[in-house]
Design a protein around this ligand. Structure first.
Ligand SMILES: [Ca+2]
Length: 285
């Protein structure tokens, strides 16, 4: 994309200096204004094994364990393992009933909240023994979920449904209180999938792309994007991945301010670091 930017800048300069064609300048300006955001650089810190049978839908780090929900009817499950993993670690978890399609998970106040795609009911699960603690309804499809906890305001969940919309739910009632459209330069960005909240940031996988979007959750603005194509290529090296084996799964590790990312059926989990872009001052929803 940098090359393209340089290319269009050179078009602009030539048009400007020559001043021969106002039309050429206008076209160059038009193309530049529609240019997408530059990719945010990241650093690959570590690579860990990931069970390639997992159809990753949710990823969450909580008290030294990595929780993961795996989708598809008849195969859905939620599992946990110590993280970083070692070969002798045991994996705990629970297989889910055949009519449940596990989707995004998020830990909130010591409980796991899990969406179930089109079923319209979320499950509240005990993270130690994987017992069902409760059920909550939600509107539309449920894809990704993260708990947004910011000092000084009420806690929320943020939920994606595969569109450009992020739904804000009150964490105490799970009621829908606000819907935000995610946009880049004013254009809707859809296919939002697995999420991770960090303060007012919402980090989102975009389904069927290698993009990790850094979103200002308060207004839906995409602040930056990470292009994780190199990680997808690395994950594809062990054996060719299926078309649906796409980037999905992002979890924040507060211990070293890093992020764990993986994909459906990927053999690896990657730890990356990047610098979050600054947020503008604004009151929250
Ligand atoms: Ca997550």
């Amino acid at each position: 994309m940098k090359t393209l930017t340089t290319y269009f800048k050179s078009i602009f300069r030539r048009a400007h200096h020559a001043a021969r064609s106002n039309l050429a300048m206008a076209i160059a300006l038009l193309i530049m204004s529609g240019n997408s955001l530059a990719d945010l650089p990241y650093q690959l810190i570590d690579t860990y094994p990931h069970q390639p049978a997992l159809f990753t839908q949710g990823l969450e780090l909580y008290q030294g364990k990595l929780y993961e929900s795996s989708g598809l009817y008849g195969y859905s499950k939620i599992i946990a393992r110590k993280f970083p993993p070692s070969p002798t670690d045991s994996i705990s978890g629970s297989a889910l009933p055949a009519d449940i399609f596990a989707e995004g998970i998020s830990q909130y106040r010591g409980k796991l909240y899990m969406l179930t795609w089109r079923a319209g009911r979320g499950l509240i699960i005990d993270p130690q023994h994987f017992k069902l603690l409760g059920v909550f309804p939600y509107q539309g499809e449920g894809w990704g979920l993260c708990a947004s906890v910011v000092k000084g305001r009420a806690d929320h969940f943020v939920m994606s449904n595969g569109s450009d919309k992020l739904q804000w739910l009150a964490a105490d009632t799970m009621k829908l209180i606000n819907t935000v459209s995610v946009t880049e330069h004013g254009k809707a960005v859809d296919q939002l999938n697995e999420l991770e909240c960090l303060g007012d940031y919402v980090i989102a996988n975009q389904w069927h792309t290698n993009n990790l979007l850094i979103i200002d959750g308060r207004n839906g603005n995409v602040l930056q994007k990470l292009d994780l194509s190199a990680l997808a290529t690395a994950a594809n090296k062990t054996s060719p991945l299926a078309p649906e084996a796409v980037l999905n799964g992002v979890a924040y590790d507060a211990s070293d301010d890093s992020w764990l990312v993986t994909g459906k059926l990927w053999p690896s989990i990657f730890r990356i670091k990047y610098i979050l872009p600054a947020l503008t001052k604004q009151t929250g929803p």
